[in-house]
Design a protein around this ligand. Structure first.
Ligand code: EPZ
Length: 423
């Protein structure tokens, strides 16, 4: 098991180029199942989740050539969607194979989705959508199976919970249904819009993506297309927070500033200098930071995926800040590790009270999930002394080339292979 060794204390300075959005890409790749032909998908992040999805598409019969940024995917030989390989169980996004397979073949089978352990992560809203369209759902020995004896029928679907995954999955399942499907209380995240744009480029007829009502007029067939994945606003926000926490000066390049509005606004509220340009944002950290309150909400509220990194920054504020996590029920896995470094954070149910401290100190740490791992990296980079972070596979599955990007910003970080313990 590899680990990161980080020597804290450097100001992060320079430029960092943001890659394609993981959470958009993990929906776009399965969506290629919806049509037969050769796709060209560009600006993909070179991370484990993408490589696993390319492998799953190959297992389904596709010809996939991924060079670390562009994927040429020929789906001509995909004749069914049965992705029961153990690989699929590693990803939360494997459930997108179900929506796409159901739409194309009226049948799909995949491993129950995995993903970060930040809550129960049910899929009841996905199932509600599939059944409303006329499909039957079964769960057997950890495998999800959906099927329909006839063409799916468009209908109105009201989501009880604003769910990114369910919105995307139902959009995919309904693109070739007979008639019109209306998704109400839909998620409005930028990657929902990115997927809708991709499906429309394939010949779908979707309007309203980005609002809470999405209308999908079923079409008979879709065709392959080319698509560039939008920049990863969560990766960008992570580096913005890293720059502010280290009191550095970083230009975060290849972003869509409006997607980062909630983060930029909060950083400014704390006293951090944030300059927005066409496709980049400059963050200049300050010595004195004001405590603020963070409440995670669906887009365009403050993103839950940046709650953990932001909590590290709040340890530098003079006074108490409140962090309320409204999306997931168990997303404070990083708090114990931060308190081990000298932070003073108290968690009550879904709220964490963060009292500012003079300094964090480096120690042995262990990443519990993707964004918790990122928050530990930020903490280690600003702490006094050396830290070791284990289980870094959590981090590397979602942050492309993070070792070189942090090194490129003057961060003192090394990656070592963990040798077997001496007996
Ligand atoms: C996506 O997860 C992202 N993952 C998550 O990012 C992100 O935190 C989340 O959206 C919210 O933005 C991917 O896109 C692969 P949800 P998803 O369905 O789709 C409840 C990261 O760090 N819910 O919007 O699973 C659910 O329990 C990851 O990149 C139901 O109750 O999130 C949660 O409380 C972590 N029933 C809330 O809705 C359902 O059927 C939001 O979940 C589905 C969800």
């Amino acid at each position: 098991m590899d680990k990161f060794i980080i020597e804290g204390g450097n100001k992060l300075e320079g430029e960092v180029k943001i890659g394609g959005f993981k959470n958009a890409a993990v929906a776009i790749l399965p969506a290629c199942i919806l049509a037969s032909g050769e796709f060209k998908i560009t600006n993909l992040p070179n991370i484990r989740d993408i490589r696993i999805l390319c492998e799953i598409l190959r297992e389904l019969g596709a010809d996939v050539d991924f060079d670390g940024s562009t994927a040429i995917i020929d789906t001509t030989n995909i004749k069914e969607c049965v992705a029961t390989h153990e690989m699929a169980s590693k990803l939360r996004a494997s459930y997108y194979l179900i929506g796409a397979g159901l739409a194309r073949f009226n049948y799909a089978k995949a491993s129950y989705p995995g993903g970060c352990e930040i809550g129960r992560r049910p899929i009841d809203q996905h199932i509600k959508g599939f059944e409303a369209l006329g499909a039957k759902f079964a769960l057997d020995h950890g495998l999800i199976e959906v099927k329909s004896d006839q063409r799916l029928k468009g209908t109105e679907i009201y989501l009880d919970v604003v769910s990114v995954g369910a919105t995307i999955n139902i959009m995919m399942a309904s693109v070739m249904a007979q008639g019109t499907t209306i998704i109400e209380n839909a998620a409005k995240e930028p990657h929902v819009v990115d997927l809708a744009n991709f499906l429309n480029a394939m010949g779908a007829n979707i309007i309203g993506a980005g609002t809470d009502v999405i209308k999908i007029k079923g079409v008979d067939e879709l065709h392959a297309c080319e698509h560039m994945v939008i920049p990863d606003q969560i990766e960008a926000g992570t580096y913005m927070i890293m720059a502010a926490a280290s009191k550095g000066d970083v230009l975060v390049k290849n972003v869509i500033p409006i997607h980062l509005e909630p983060v930029s606004a909060k950083l400014r509220e704390m006293g951090v200098e944030v300059h927005e340009y066409d496709d980049s944002i400059r963050v200049i950290g300050k010595d004195e930071l004001k405590p603020v309150n963070i409440k995670t909400l669906v887009y365009p509220g403050f993103p839950t995926d940046l709650q953990q990194p932001m909590t590290v920054l709040l340890t530098r504020c003079k006074g108490n800040s409140m962090v309320t996590e409204t999306i997931f029920e168990n997303r404070f896995g990083h708090v114990n590790q931060l308190n081990k470094m000298g932070a003073n954070i108290r968690v009550e149910n879904r709220t964490a009270v963060v009292s500012g401290v003079e300094k964090l100190s480096g120690t042995k740490l262990k990443a519990s999930d993707l964004r918790a791992g990122a928050s530990l990296m930020i903490a280690a980079l600003i702490a006094g002394g050396k830290s070791e972070i284990e289980s870094i596979y959590h981090i590397e599955r979602g942050y492309e080339n993070i070792l070189d990007k942090v090194k490129g910003l003057n961060g003192r970080i090394e990656k070592i292979r963990k040798v077997a313990e001496e007996v």
